[in-house]
Design a protein around this ligand. Sequence first.
Ligand SMILES: [Mg+2]
Length: 354
Amino acid sequence: MKISGVQVWKEEMPLTRPYTIAYKTTSSITNVFFQIQCDNGITGIGSSYISKAVVGFTSDEAYESIQQNKDWFIGRDVRQFQQIVHEARIFFDNNPGVLTALDLALHDAFCKFIGIPIVKYYGQKIRGLHTSITIGIKNVQETLEEAQEYYDRKFKILKVKLGNNLEEDIERLVKLRENFKDNMKIRIDANQGYSLAELIEFCDRTLDLDIELIEQPVPVKDSLSTRSLSWDIRKLIAADEYLVDAQSAMHLVQNEPACGIFNIKLMKCGGILESKAISTIAEKSNTDLMWGCNDESVISIAAGLHAALSSSNTKYIDLDGSLDLARDIAQGGFKIEEGFMTLTDTPGLGVELL
Ligand SMILES: [Mg+2]
């Protein structure tokens, strides 16, 4: 089952709703797509959209790197896909934009070849989960309006971006809780916006608001210093920008855990294989798993869901990244009903190109 052809291309994808987080505003994104053809007629598709601020590479660099090295893939046997990913990690300098696109395309083709969805190749542990849906940084009134829209669309979990202004952050959360009582779960993402002292103050002042978890509250460089905080605070922390691979996962939980939750994104760690290594560290260290995303095609969102539902420590998913795309190049892969995400029983990723 040898690779006989590859295509790589980029698509500019506008968002239906531009959004702001602690360090940037985004209105359109560029996903990289990668397709392989095998000599037995099977194809595999992968995609990626990485953040330079988080992983140190751009999606454009990933595209150029694949484009310039197309011959590297030709003739390789997809039945040995784990070996191909291993070699690619060295050849492509650990660029997660290349690795994710390749890892997904190989998983897709290999699992089509053996005739099962990727989630069943690893063993399905969870049938499905409710995803959160994200509200960017905006004022109290706009926050309430957007939350109402998601409530009306039957989503059960809000993820609120904050981290620019502690007073306004708390006011938004107080008003959300007043308005929605216990009808919505609320998790937050500070995107490194708080100091350790602000985090402590935030936790003290939001004790009654039932905040489910706090993504990356402090700067990446301070991520291990949360060890000085009480476990009541640490157990709510979901490491995100700091957690880019299995090695950083180990740093977080060695000796005294710095957080209670890992937020895995395929776009940080370079695909499903590395995500499963992080998932194993989570199991062995009793760390809960959250699976997050960037703004991504359904191709890589489906991949994240396959990985999430095949990992026994998965507790949270935040896989809303394809819902705000004004245009995508694929469909299928998963179902979402009232915010509850499940996979289809189609072999591979289960997606279909449009
Ligand atoms: Mg985050």
